[in-house]
Each structure stands twice: as C-alpha cells, then as structure tokens.
Design a protein around this ligand. Structure first.
Ligand SMILES: C[S@@+](CC[C@H](N)C(=O)[O-])C[C@H]1O[C@@H](n2cnc3c(N)ncnc32)[C@H](O)[C@@H]1O
Length: 296
C-alpha cells in the first residue's frame, strides 16, 4: 500500500490496521496493535484521537513509516516500541530478551499470595527468593517491588538478557534484586544458599513445535529462551530435581509450564525430587500454567 503524505489520526488508525493485515499479521491482533502503535509509538492519546482527530505531524508520519517497515519483517511490536507492561512495571525489552507474557503474571500472583503469609517475625529475617531463567528480570522485579522485605537473587545463562534485566532494575529503582550470570542454580551458591521461594519461567516449548510458532517468536526471540528440548521439560525437570537442595523447609517452588503435560507427570517429578505438589494453576485460557510444589 502506498504511504500517505498526510493523515488524520482516525484515518491513520484504519491505515495501520489495513497495513498490518497486508503483512499477514493475524486478523484478531490488528486493531489492538494499531491502537498501541498510535498510542505508544506516536504518543497519540486515545481519547484525544477520537475527540480532536488531529493530523499527524511530519515527525509522527516518519516514525509511523519506521515502525511499519520493521513490523513488515515481523519484528515484535514490543521490540520496536522497546518495552512491555508487566505487573504494572514498564519492562524494557529488545534483542536478546524474551518478551514477558501476560500469563506469567499468574506466577507472580501465586508467589505474592504465599509470600504474604510468611511470618517474618518468626524467622527474624528477610524473605529470600531465587528467580531462575530471569530473562528481562520481569518476575524478579515484580516480586521486588511488591515485597520490599525480600532479598532476591535472579540468574540467567544469557549475558544479553541480563543486560536488559540490569537496565530494568535501575529503571524500577529496585535495590533488593541481584542479577547473576550462569547455569540455573550455579551462580546462587552451590547448595549453600537456601531460599523461601524459587520461581522460574524456563524455556518449555517442545523442539518440534518451534517451527509452527509465529515468525515474531521463532525468528526474533532468543532460541535459548524458547526450546525446552524434545518433550519441553529439559530445564523444568532439572529445576524440580535440583530445587530441594536450595529450598528452606516449608519453602515453595513455582514453575511456569506449557500446559498439556498433565498433573500426573508433575506429581511424579515432584515426588521423586522429595517435594509435595501443591497445585497446577490454570490460566484464563484453561491451560495448566504454574506448577507449585512445597518442601515439607
Ligand atoms: C522463557 S524465558 C523467561 C524470561 C523471563 N523470566 C520471563 O518470564 O519473561 C527463559 C529464560 O531462560 C534462560 N535460560 C535458558 N537456559 C538456561 C540455563 N541453563 N540456565 C539459566 N537460564 C537459562 C534464557 O536465557 C531465557 O532468558
């Protein structure tokens, strides 16, 4: 479609929806994405757009062209805009960091619910949390902002992802989180450090399923953040097996899952590791999303 030289805001909205459709972006996503491009990409207030319907400035037209050029290559909008909202925090994202998904907020919610019940005066100390596979740091920072009386260690094997996590830590002003690079529990202290909570959103997509994902995911997001091996459980299995050595008695492990694995498999994995499965929490779409186990 030829680029228009002038556009009023409402025409721009229609033009962006049409253009995104032309790029092959799933129909259902186009209107919502077009509104986000106008609001967050061009800083056009939605209310004013409907009320005033002003023409786009030359700068806004140029920026719109840049956004659409990148979107045509199916780069995720969140990378183009440079951020995503997660649990009320503006999380900066770009190449090297997985884009935090809304369903991951369930894991945060379930952790906060349990952390709220920890009787700190009985323990005489702060709550200790380990967030594995932290990526952009979204989970660790959401917990840190809501649990000022917690100390959080967050690890990831990718230096690129941790670069984003550290930027986010500074932007959020979270003093109670430390990001460390390395394989799973490795940087947390070789079994000496014990935690009240271990959280993780590990890569869990089955290798064979990767090919069928949208280009935004498979061509742009880091493969190391996606692939969970043949059955999707490579890292999840390791986390469940290794977690008990790093958990306090009465501590919880919360791991995001792909859904479809089934409670029996998780129950068995938990039992073999010496943990008791507490729940397999479903997301709004009905998929089993968060595996929760307790160390007795
Ligand atoms: C699905 S992403 C989750 C990112 C973030 N926690 C979130 O929820 O948006 C998985 C993360 O695990 C990291 N990862 C993959 N293998 C790892 C390993 N062996 N040890 C530590 N981190 C690993 C990846 O670099 C990636 O950042």
């Amino acid at each position: 479609m030829k680029r228009p030289q002038t556009l009023r805001a409402l025409d721009a909205l229609k033009y962006v929806i049409e253009t995104l459709r032309g790029f092959g972006i799933p129909e259902a996503n186009c209107p919502q994405e077009a509104r986000a491009i106008l609001k967050d990409g061009l800083e056009i207030d939605t209310l004013r757009m409907y009320r005033d319907n002003l023409p786009l400035s030359p700068g806004q037209l140029r920026r719109l062209g840049e956004i659409l050029d990148r979107r045509k290559k199916r780069e995720p909008l969140q990378y183009i805009l440079g951020f995503v909202w997660f649990y009320g925090l503006k999380i900066l994202v770009g190449e090297g960091a997985l884009i935090p998904r809304p369903e991951t907020e369930i894991l945060v919610e379930e952790t906060l619910r349990r952390a709220g019940k920890v009787r700190l005066e009985e323990k005489g100390r702060r709550i200790k949390i380990l967030d594995l596979c932290t990526g952009s740091g979204a989970i660790a920072l959401a917990l840190a902002k809501n649990l000022p009386r917690a100390d959080i260690v967050a690890t990831d094997i990718s230096a690129g992802a941790l670069g984003w996590a550290e930027k986010n830590r500074r932007a959020c002003g979270a003093e109670n989180v430390r990001f460390l690079e390395g394989d799973l529990f490795g940087p947390a202290g070789e079994g000496k450090a014990v935690f009240d909570f271990i959280t993780a959103n590990p890569p869990y997509i089955k290798e064979e399923k990767l090919k069928s994902l949208e280009p935004e995911v498979v061509c742009w997001e880091p493969r190391i953040a996606l692939s969970g091996g043949r059955d999707g459980l490579d890292l999840t299995g390791r986390i469940i097996r290794e977690a008990p050595a790093h958990l306090e008695r009465g501590g919880f492990l919360l791991v995001e899952t792909a859904g479809g694995t089934g409670p029996d498999v998780f129950d068995r994995m938990a039992g073999e590791a010496g943990l008791r499965m507490e729940a397999l929490v479903r997301d709004l779409a009905g998929f089993e999303r968060v595996f929760i186990a307790k160390k007795a």
